[in-house]
Design a protein around this ligand. Structure first.
Ligand code: CMP
Length: 370
């Protein structure tokens, strides 16, 4: 495989409407960042003393930019009231109103600029990964709640034990369970400010146990979130592949169960225009189905166009010989890749599919010069 870049940043824009939407949203981020910088600088007394008017003007300009965008979105919304009451629209409104309203109500430039902190919400909303994080947390809420509960129990028990062990020697630091809770939280998170330190042997052994169990609980949290993210990514990949697989003529007559098996085996691969997907003479480890875009097969004597729905790269998998031709992406392409191991599994499960692929491979092989 050559010149193929599967990184999101290089995905062809023409076939990534969601990605393009993402880019559009990112265009909204710079004003928020400028506004946040003005808000933060405005809290530095030396800067605010000399630049107050400019910082306030920047904040108002940012609010004006968002006002124009808000008005445009409102005008183009199919149901304006419904859009205005949605969470994104409310966040947009919070990016517009507070600073000018505070100024108009006579709060003074410095306090008014503090409302600029609300532009951070805008950045949060523009982050596409946030929706995914929210979904993962929702999916894993029970496991996360169990670990949180375990965390709370360890904090409470360790605070009680350290209270029993230390209250005599250090009544000001460990004189009550609520006072000891602070120590328990900073210890279980392994933050350890050192403002409260157990002096007795029992207290120190306890501290060690709390630290170790804290690391274990956080590792559990991280593990739950990581597996949740992996599951969510697999689900998204499956949905994207499914949409493409059902469009391929080769799979049109298959039942849902076979389609689902195939979808699990195929991997979506994006490929920029002009790149070579396979090169003549190289060993072959995958075949490809064209979901979007156009390719060209280049043999020493011919150039054969391939359209969406067609496949290539099957000959090397069937014969074990090197690639018989170079296949180049004429336009940006979205391919479904079937690796050799999965090809064999699919061939065993759906022999009629293998027959069709073999017949096409044989027909093409007859046309390729040695
Ligand atoms: P493979 O030999 O694995 O890699 C190059 C691919 O180009 C080949 O499999 C076929 O899928 C495809 N190919 C080769 N010759 C032709 C042809 N004459 N017509 C269409 N496709 C071809």
């Amino acid at each position: 495989m050559t010149d193929i870049d599967e990184s999101p940043s290089d995905r062809p824009r023409a076939i990534r409407p969601a990605w393009r939407r993402g880019l559009g949203l990112m265009g909204e981020a710079p004003p928020a960042m400028i506004g946040l910088a003005a808000f933060a600088l405005g809290t530095v007394p030396e800067v605010a003393a000399d630049w107050s008017a400019i910082l306030t003007a920047v904040c108002l300009a940012v609010a004006a930019v968002y006002t124009a965008r808000y008005a445009a979105q409102l005008a183009s919304a199919s149901s304006r009231l419904e859009w205005a009451l949605s969470v994104p629209a409310i966040v947009d409104l919070l990016a517009i109103l507070p600073v000018p309203l505070a100024l108009a109500s006579g709060a003074g430039p410095a306090p008014a600029r503090l409302f600029g902190a609300l532009w951070a919400l805008k950045l949060l909303r523009l982050n596409p990964a946030l929706a995914m994080l929210a979904r993962v947390i929702r999916n894993e809420r029970q496991s996360l709640a169990s670990v949180t509960m375990a965390f709370a129990v360890v904090v409470l028990i360790s605070a009680t034990l350290v209270y029993l062990a230390e209250r005599g020697a250090q009544p000001e630091a460990f004189g009550s369970v609520p006072a000891a809770l602070w120590w328990a939280v900073t210890t279980i998170t392994t933050t350890g400010y050192g403002d409260k330190v157990p002096a007795s042997l029992v207290g120190r052994i306890l501290a060690g146990g709390v630290m170790v169990s804290g690391i274990g609980l956080f590792a559990l949290w991280a593990g739950i979130l990581a597996s949740g993210f992996a599951q969510e990514l697999r689900r998204r990949e499956f949905l994207e592949s499914w949409d493409l697989v059902v469009r391929l003529p080769l799979f049109r007559d298959l039942g849902a169960s076979a389609l689902s098996d195939i979808t699990r085996l195929l991997k979506v691969q994006h490929c920029p225009a002009g790149s070579a997907v396979v090169r003549r003479g190289q060993p072959g480890d995958s075949m490809y189905f064209i979901a979007d875009g156009e390719a060209e097969v280049r043999t020493p004597t011919a150039r054969i166009p391939l359209a969406p729905g067609q496949f290539f790269g099957e000959m090397a998998l069937i014969s074990g010989a090197p690639r018989s031709a170079t296949v180049v992406a004429v336009t940006a392409m979205r391919l479904l890749r079937l690796d050799v191991v999965d090809f064999r599994e699919l061939a065993a499960r759906l022999p009629e599919l293998l027959e069709v692929i073999e017949a096409e491979g044989a027909r093409r092989g007859a046309a390729v010069p040695a």
